[in-house]
Design a protein around this ligand. Structure first.
Ligand SMILES: [Zn+2]
Length: 97
């Protein structure tokens, strides 16, 4: 999260390039205080000088790594396939008889 801070200190406001490189920090800062408002996540970082990050909730949703995937668990698909195969083979038996 700290590495993705959108503040003007961390990213250039127009080019949007990172000015803050977390790889240069010996120990990654920890969040000191986290506040979630209606449309913003505010994080106060435990670092010196103190730093506050703002993340818009829609931005977080669009950048979430786990996403909002609506794919079904694989096991459900396997069970469905087996049920379909069983039904299908039954049909074939009645066909040949
Ligand atoms: Zn920042």
């Amino acid at each position: 999260m700290r590495d993705n801070c959108l503040s003007s200190q961390c990213r250039h406001p127009t080019s949007f390039e990172k000015n803050y490189d977390i790889s240069e920090v010996i120990e990654p800062p920890k969040p000191l205080k986290v506040q979630l408002t209606d449309n913003e996540l505010i994080i106060d970082w435990d670092e010196n000088p103190a730093h506050r990050s703002f993340f818009l909730v829609p931005w977080l949703m669009s950048h979430a790594y786990d996403g909002n995937q609506e794919t079904q668990p694989i096991s459900e698909n396997i069970l469905w396939d087996k049920a379909w195969l069983d039904a299908n083979s039954d049909d074939r038996q009645t066909w040949t008889n």
